[in-house]
Design a protein around this ligand. Structure first.
Ligand code: F6R
Length: 613
């Protein structure tokens, strides 16, 4: 969360303020509570700040435009301190000598703040970031790098920072600890750029390098130097990166979310492309660096993930156990990072993350690695921090997911995990004709999703009927349990309604106490193996007056005698049903949110990539 951008002009012609604004637009997915830019003009620090989205900052810049040759910029997801202009980055020391932007959390900020306040230093925000800024100014004795190194030596927690000092009008200092920051130098103009994410370099051809933990980069018009913790100069190897400008547009849809829901037949095809052998009879993953011999010997899998990615992992657990007969545990990464990670040489850790930047997932993988596990990450974003931590990465190829609420990445995760489970199954002795059968079922997924998309107006009618309720249960069994969890999360995050998922069998252990005519249950009936059991649960809800909306296969017509409303979805084998059912859940949530008039693509309080614990 929080995005950092920076620019120093050398021979280029662009105004640093406008370059930073463009960079912030690309980073806005990391937080949109406030945004700001600071630079140096005639030996003084100048700045712009705005509460809300980058468009608000843009309006402030347009109202009093300035030409800057150096600037640092930030888009904020609030951690310490409310969403106010005072708490917006960049932050300054009390004498306005230093300006600083920060991604991360300073865990000992209260101790440091108390120390500085005792020295008479006045604070003007509630943030942890201001502590770093004031500390740098406090230790400054004419050497900017030294003061930053000294200040950072007292910081506990995680950070990526970029800062400027008015005595160094052409220098940005940048440093990281457990947060990403990439520096790019334009080989044509010599202009320097820095960003939390390489995607914000889109449209530029740059020689880039990553800052590693505890390195400090001194970036100026003339040179870029990188030092380690002890002050020794390091040589960084750069890689040329030319990301073409991608036209990011809603393509006529009202929201990115709806566009991404509709992209799913295509994105699933892209996830599958190139991943079958020439006879289309076996899955192949050319990018895998772990060997088939290792995979053959795996005795347990641990899946680490958060949010929707966790739900994908939970569904995949059934596949690894059913087809590869490998004991599989799925753990929420924020918990797994603090567990005594028990691994053997035969443990495979699979980390799932759309962004590849989720702090907890990265930390959980580090924990697994410390304990000797082999790690594969499944990401949508290339060159992510998680990929760099993992032994091997499988990319989703779902294309940029702009909506904060995940849809196409989730279904591509499931697709890729399904294919990977079949591969492991084959290596573990699954019969070749079974592999063939599973692959041919998988190939039908895009058309199953197309059929669900054609049901949008029916789903919308149901959303209209149910939009007036403020509490929902989502239930399912086996493959449909985590599908229900995922669908309840979609509704919660974009409509701000209370929606909770649970495995239907748990109903009588407490949840049923809440059932009333004001508390509907959305039932996911796509798991034929457990359908009868689910129908009994629904009877029990009906008996207590709870409204029921069922998503069910056509073959389950008996549902009509129980549910108030039924939406029939295409017949899909149990193991793949989570994908079309999740799409139906996405459309249901989308239309309810639309009725409630929420900010669907950027829901309140959320950020696309959760880079703090
Ligand atoms: C929900 C959603 C989040 C993410 C979670 C993990 O729609 O998007 O729950 O799934 O924050 O993010 P990644 O997959 O980037 O690690």
């Amino acid at each position: 969360m929080c995005g950092i951008y920076g620019h120093i002009k050398k021979n280029g012609e662009e105004n640093s303020v406008l370059v930073c604004l463009e960079g912030l637009r690309q980073l806005e997915y990391r937080g949109y509570d406030s945004a700001g830019i600071a630079g140096i003009v005639a030996g003084n620090i100048v700045s712009y700040k705005a509460v809300g989205k980058v468009s608000h900052l843009d309006a402030i810049v347009q109202a009093s435009p300035r030409e800057l040759d150096i600037a640092i910029a930030h888009t904020r997801w609030a951690t310490h301190g409310g969403v106010t202009t005072e708490n917006a980055h960049p932050h300054f020391d009390q004498n306005l000598n230093v300006a600083l932007v920060h991604n991360g959390i300073v865990e000992n900020y209260l101790t440091l703040r108390t120390f500085l306040e005792k020295k008479g230093i006045q604070f003007s925000s509630d943030t942890d970031t201001e502590v770093i800024t004031q500390l740098i100014a406090y230790y400054y004795q004419g050497d900017f790098v030294k003061s930053v190194r000294k200040a950072l030596s007292y910081i506990e927690g995680s950070f990526a920072i970029a800062c400027i000092h008015k005595d160094y009008p052409d220098t940005i200092l940048a440093a990281v600890h457990a947060r990403p920051l990439i520096i790019g130098i334009c080989h044509k103009t010599g202009d320097v750029f820095l960003s939390s994410d390489t995607n914000a370099f889109m449209g530029r051809s740059l020689d880039i390098f990553y800052l590693h933990d505890d390195e400090i980069a001194a970036i100026s018009r003339e040179r870029t130097e990188v030092y380690n913790k002890k002050g020794r100069k390091l040589t960084k190897i750069t890689e040329r990166m030319a990301l073409e400008n991608q036209k990011i547009s809603k393509e006529g849809f009202d929201h990115f979310l709806l566009k991404e829901i509709y992209e799913q037949p295509t994105t699933i095809r892209r996830t599958l492309t190139g991943r079958l052998d020439s006879n289309k009879e076996l899955p192949i993953f050319e990018e895998l660096t772990v060997t088939d011999d290792f995979l053959k010997g795996i005795s347990q899998i641990k899946i680490l993930a958060c949010g929707s990615s966790y739900h994908a992992g939970y569904i995949a657990k059934h596949l690894f156990e059913a087809y590869a007969k490998i004991l599989t545990h799925v753990e929420i990464a924020s918990e797994a990072r603090y567990t005594d990670f028990i691994t053997t040489k035969e443990t495979l850790v699979i980390a799932i993350s759309q962004s590849g930047e989720t702090a907890d997932t990265i930390a959980a993988v580090q924990n697994a690695k410390r304990n000797g596990a082999t790690t594969i990450s499944i990401c949508n974003v290339e060159r992510s921090s998680l990929s760099r931590e993992s032994d091997s990465t499988l990319l989703l190829h779902a294309g940029p997911e702009i909506s904060v609420c995940s849809t196409k990445a989730f279904t591509s995760q499931l697709t890729l995990l399904s294919l990977f489970a079949i591969k492991l199954g084959y290596l573990k002795g699954l019969a070749k004709n079974k592999v063939k059968e599973l692959l041919s079922e998988l190939a039908l997924l895009p058309s199953a999703i197309e059929k669900v998309l054609r049901l949008e107006s029916q789903i919308q009618s149901n959303s209209e009927k149910y939009a007036g309720y403020s509490d929902f249960f989502f239930i399912g069994r086996k493959h449909m349990f985590a599908t229900a969890l995922e669908s309840s999360l979609k509704l919660k995050e974009i409509s701000y309604l209370n929606a909770n998922g649970y495995p239907a069998g748990e109903m009588k252990h407490g949840h049923i106490a809440l059932i009333s005519k004001n508390f509907p249950t959305v039932a996911f009936c796509g798991n034929s193996e457990t359908l009868d059991k689910l129908l009994s649960n629904l009877m029990e809800i009906k008996a207590r007056g709870g409204p029921i909306l069922a998503f069910a296969p056509l073959s389950a017509q008996e549902i009509e005698t129980i549910a108030d409303d039924t939406l029939y979805l295409p017949e899909t084998p149990d193991w793949l049903a989570p994908i079309p059912y999740a799409v139906a859940g996405q459309l249901f949530a989308y239309h309810i949110a639309k009725i409630h008039g929420t900010d669907i693509d950027q829901p309140r309080n959320l950020a696309k990539s959760v880079t703090v614990e």
